[in-house]
Design a protein around this ligand. Structure first.
Ligand code: FAD
Length: 370
């Protein structure tokens, strides 16, 4: 398909605004913020697609975060997420209005909706992007350059390389992004935009599935917004040391994180996993104890302001991104840290967590375990 121009050209960066019981998923607002950044240089509108029943009041928050327009599909059948009715609305609106880009949060519902929409629209879909950029792409085969494509960036082949995926031929360019990967934009309550009601045109088959009841389990782990995360990996070989990590997190007023290896070993529940298939965190302080620093783990924490790595292996990849490197046995180093912190005043201890990230250190503490 060749590039289109003028009135027929696809236009706008869309974000699916996921809401449950009148609360918008953080990832949707994070995507609105990123869409705004991508849209401005291109002169595109940012459009939120909000489905629900009695949820129109949420549209103003979407505008406050950067949207120019919110399409609101309000219907009793859209009160709770169901694949077919939601997909019906998204597909019909995208067919009629032809967005250039369509972003969806990689939540369980978003992962369900996005492929169905992409399949119906016969366009591509890149799941779990860790970055989105706009750029030009030269297609060698046809010797043509397509301008202003969405670069859909994500780890590939088990995280051994970072792939940039483009979709030059079909529209919209669709991508899903996990919660926490993009920054949450600040709300500007004075921002104005258009709230436009759209009427769903359902078909009888859309209601094949009836929701009889819903049970929601809220995680008590608040990793995403923690200012301090103390994480343990496979190098923490006994439960007592993991308990010490919990204590260290407690002393610093932080949360406990983990690598997948630690979760798989049964040291801690899956809710605590940081990384590509876990939570993405950006704390002021991240302590990685006994974590090698595989790319899948780093994808979830490398935006931390300060990183302290504790590892017996001086060549561990985690040390490449750490600001402070402690070469030593975590089973000995972590209790020493707790003791040192306890001996200081609470104010001094919190300096670690409130540092603004300037003047990054490059310290190596050799043989801290001795
Ligand atoms: P290891 O790689 O085994 O490293 C243990 C480290 O501990 C080593 O560096 C070792 O030197 C050190 N060590 C040993 N003893 C001590 C000691 N006494 N004191 C201090 N240090 C010590 N992983 C994630 O974490 N999160 C994800 O979201 C994730 N998603 C994935 C998705 C895919 C598709 C794939 C293929 C993999 C994913 N992984 C993920 C797994 C990832 O590739 C690594 O296997 C995992 O991160 C390794 O965890 P680890 O660093 O704890 O263990």
């Amino acid at each position: 398909m060749s590039e289109q121009t003028g009135a027929t050209a696809p236009k706008g960066i869309w974000v699916f605004i996921e809401q449950t019981d009148g609360r918008i998923a953080d990832v949707s607002l994070e995507l609105v913020g990123r869409a705004r950044e991508l849209a401005d240089p291109l002169g595109h509108e940012v459009v939120g697609l909000l489905c629900g029943h009695g949820a129109e009041g949420l549209a103003q928050d979407v505008i406050a975060r950067g949207a120019d327009r919110v399409l609101v599909a309000d219907h009793p059948e859209l009160a709770a997420y169901r694949t077919l009715p939601y997909a019906r609305v998204a597909i019909a609106q995208a067919r009629a209005r032809r967005p250039e880009i369509f972003l969806v949060g990689a939540t369980p519902n978003g992962r369900d909706l996005a492929p169905r929409v992409a399949s119906a629209l016969r366009c591509g879909l890149t799941a779990d992007c860790t970055d989105l950029q706009i750029g030009d792409h030269h297609i060698r085969r046809d010797d043509r350059t397509v301008r202003n494509l969405l670069f859909q960036i994500r780890p590939a082949f088990g995280g051994n390389l970072i792939a940039t995926i483009v979709n030059p031929d079909t529209r919209p360019q669709m991508a899903t992004v996990r919660e926490g990967v993009m920054r949450m934009p600040a709300a500007d309550p004075g921002r104005t935009g258009i709230v436009e009601r759209v009427t769903p045109a359902f078909e009888p088959g859309d209601f094949a599935l009836e929701v009889l009841s819903r049970q929601t389990r809220h995680s008590t782990v608040k990793l995403k917004d923690a200012t301090v995360v103390v994480a343990g990996g496979a190098g923490i070989s006994d439960p007592a040391t993991f308990d010490a990590l919990r204590e260290l997190a407690n002393v610093l007023g932080g949360e406990v994180g983990a690598s997948r290896a630690a979760v798989d070993a049964g040291f801690i529940e899956r809710d605590h996993q940081v990384g590509q298939t876990g939570t993405t965190v950006r704390p002021r302080l991240y302590i990685a104890a006994g974590i090698s620093g595989a790319v899948q783990h780093r994808a979830g924490m490398d935006q931390s302001s300060k990183i302290i790595a504790i590892n017996t292996d001086p060549h561990a990849p985690m040390f490449q991104i750490a600001h402070y490197r402690i070469v030593g046995d975590a089973a000995k180093v972590v209790p020493m840290m707790i003791k040192a912190l306890r001996e200081r005043s609470a104010d001094q201890a919190s300096v670690w967590a409130t540092d603004d990230g300037e003047g990054e250190g490059d310290d190596v503490v050799q043989g801290a375990s001795r």
